[in-house]
Design a protein around this ligand. Structure first.
Ligand SMILES: O=C(O)[C@H](O)[C@@H](O)[C@H](O)[C@H](O)COP(=O)(O)O
Length: 256
């Protein structure tokens, strides 16, 4: 792996969520100090949402100018607006309803009921392209931080092993027949994920240990999609001890 790929191991999933929340707040503050705004891509999943809850619970959240944060999603379950299983619904409940975001800068992926997933993917790609054009002059990466969970099968966002979406070069793709329910989803493609300055893979639980080991050993994105993601500046594997259990010894030093 390239030298900008790092591993940090925390004691358990609770400490992991708190530590990622602290890191995220700092990164948003730094991005805003540098370029006046910040851009983050959220993930669903248990650790992703626990991290957002930890941001909401942190007094340091007040250091972020939430009205100058663009919020994107890495993937979405193609369900009706407000469905409790939508990553958007969960992120709003965990964080976005509790901080003064500018709704015009919150970019949920399209929901079921307004066209096909393919149309939704195209609309999201167009929104993203408009954003990139509007911010070109800043020289900043499209996304400052992109959060990803990893499934036991090595999936990231809604890019599942051996599925055609992995080879799709479009920035946003429609996904059908996902092995994890619901089967229909919209996802950023690998190309858009690679447009992030930093990609953080946030992973907890022993069921993820083999996927983490294989991704770190560069098993290839067809088999283990997580092995194909890179940030421009940094790719950070933020793990709890259980998810790190199968990594080689040099990575086994967990923080207290
Ligand atoms: O839509 C989804 O199903 C999630 O976005 C998914 O990609 C998730 O991030 C991983 O499966 C890890 O989930 P856990 O953190 O719950 O293990």
């Amino acid at each position: 792996m390239s030298e900008h790929s790092t591993v940090v191991i925390h004691r358990d999933s609770g400490v992991l969520a708190d530590a990622v929340a602290a890191r995220l707040i700092t990164s948003l503050v730094d991005a805003q100090a540098h370029q006046g705004h910040a851009s983050v891509v959220l993930t669903g999943g248990s650790v992703g949402i626990a991290t957002l809850r930890a941001v909401a619970a942190s007094p340091a959240r007040a250091a972020v100018d939430w009205s100058a944060v663009d919020v994107w999603w890495g993937d979405e379950r193609f369900l009706p607006p407000g469905d409790p299983e939508r990553n958007e619904t969960q992120a709003r409940e965990a964080l976005l309803d509790h901080v003064p975001v500018d709704e015009a800068r919150v970019h949920p992926m399209p929901a079921e009921g307004s066209g096909s997933p393919e149309e939704g993917a195209e609309r999201y790609a167009a929104t993203l392209a408009d954003y990139v054009r509007a911010h070109q002059h800043t020289g900043a990466a499209t996304f400052d931080v992109l959060l990803l969970g990893v499934g036991p099968d090595g999936h990231v966002a809604s890019l599942f092993p051996e599925q055609p979406a992995l080879d799709d070069e479009r920035p946003v793709v429609a996904v059908h027949g996902a092995p994890k329910p619901p089967p229909t989803r919209i996802s950023l493609g690998l190309s858009a994920i690679g447009a992030a300055d930093e990609v953080w893979l946030v992973v907890a639980g022993e069921d993820k240990a083999p996927a983490v080991r294989m991704a770190r050993a560069e098993a290839g994105s067809t088999r283990i999609p997580a092995s194909g993601v890179r940030g421009h500046r940094a790719t950070r594997w933020l793990l709890d001890r259980s998810a790190a259990a199968e990594l080689p010894d040099q990575h086994r030093h967990a923080s207290p």
